[in-house]
Ligand binder design. Structure first.
Ligand code: AMP
Length: 286
């Protein structure tokens, strides 16, 4: 497994593969890998085949964090990540520095990629500059790695939907694949941020999965159900936990991300919840 740190080296490797007719599968991550990330890597290998190349990027992208967020304390463990990726027979890990990605940020970096519709809802309300950072870094990574396919997680379904829109709107020659959310045994969606959940907070975090189950049961029993009433019931359930606070819960049609007032089975649900200081997100089809 090759570890590439410079943009120029990664681009020339990608160009060399392209000239040889070798397909590239790409999984962008912020590292501190868990089974969710690894499932995306396996999916990339499955899709690209044994003759293709699998590239995983590990980069904690500063432009997608607001100044109040956890950029400096975001968990990192490059050594462990590399060991896990080596076991999966990844071909290249692209792990650039901030200087490589955003040289002299204030002076030499002034171009951003902004999706203007889908990024306004849900996560975009709570984190107004987040998706601008995500689309910008993913566009940069696509230009650097030049993948044929890229795999994203359903865990961040809004991000995946926005990336698909960016790729369509800006004609990136890459196919986006969205892989299912991997969960712990008690239903908690795997996340690098779960590391912050110490003591009883870890137990309380299962309330997101409980909320999803309750919404599923409700629409199964009632066929249709008012979104406002279901949102109120979920808020009450979540805030029974001493350290849990609902940020938002939304019901919507999957591709358009448009909120609905009547919830039916087959629709999508998404929620964000603070467990103590840790903000967790989850989503599922009802
Ligand atoms: P991150 O390192 O959090 O930026 O995530 C990198 C990629 O892994 C994104 O496409 C995420 O949606 C995906 N991902 C994160 N957690 C999970 C999970 N539990 N199951 C599946 N994919 C995930």
């Amino acid at each position: 497994m090759q570890i590439v740190k410079s943009v120029a080296a990664m681009q020339s490797l990608a160009k060399k593969w392209q000239r040889a007719g070798i397909k590239i599968g790409f999984v962008p991550t912020m590292g501190y890998l868990h089974e969710g990330h690894l499932s995306l890597v396996r999916e990339a290998r499955r899709r690209i085949g044994k003759n293709g190349k699998v590239v995983v990027s590990i980069y904690v992208n500063p432009t997608q964090f607001a100044p109040t967020e956890d950029l400096s304390k975001y968990p990192r463990d490059l050594k462990r990540d590399l060991k896990l990726l080596r076991e999966l027979k990844v071909d290249v890990v692209f792990a650039p520095t901030d200087k490589e990605m955003y040289p002299d940020k204030s002076e030499k970096f002034s171009t951003y990629v902004v999706e203007e519709k889908l990024s306004r809802a849900m996560e975009g309300v709570s984190r107004p500059t987040h998706f601008r950072g995500v689309t910008t870094v993913v566009a940069k990574l696509f230009n650097i790695v030049q993948p044929d396919i890229a795999v994203f997680g359903q865990k961040d379904f809004q991000q995946a939907t926005i990336i698909k829109r960016m790729v369509a709107d800006l004609n990136f020659p890459v196919k986006i694949i969205v892989a299912p959310t991997v969960r712990e045994h008690d239903g908690l969606a795997m996340s690098s941020r779960n590391k912050y959940l110490k003591g009883d907070l870890r137990r309380q975090a299962t309330v997101l999965w409980c909320a999803i189950q309750i919404a599923r049961d409700t629409v199964k029993k009632s066929k249709t159900y008012p979104a406002a009433k279901l949102k109120a019931a979920i808020k009450k359930l979540i805030e029974c936990e001493p350290d849990a606070k609902l940020d938002y819960v939304e019901f919507f049609e999957l591709e358009a991300l448009s909120p609905v007032s009547i919830v039916k089975s087959g629709m999508q649900m998404a929620l964000a919840v603070f467990i103590g200081k840790t903000r967790l997100i989850d989503n599922a089809q009802l």
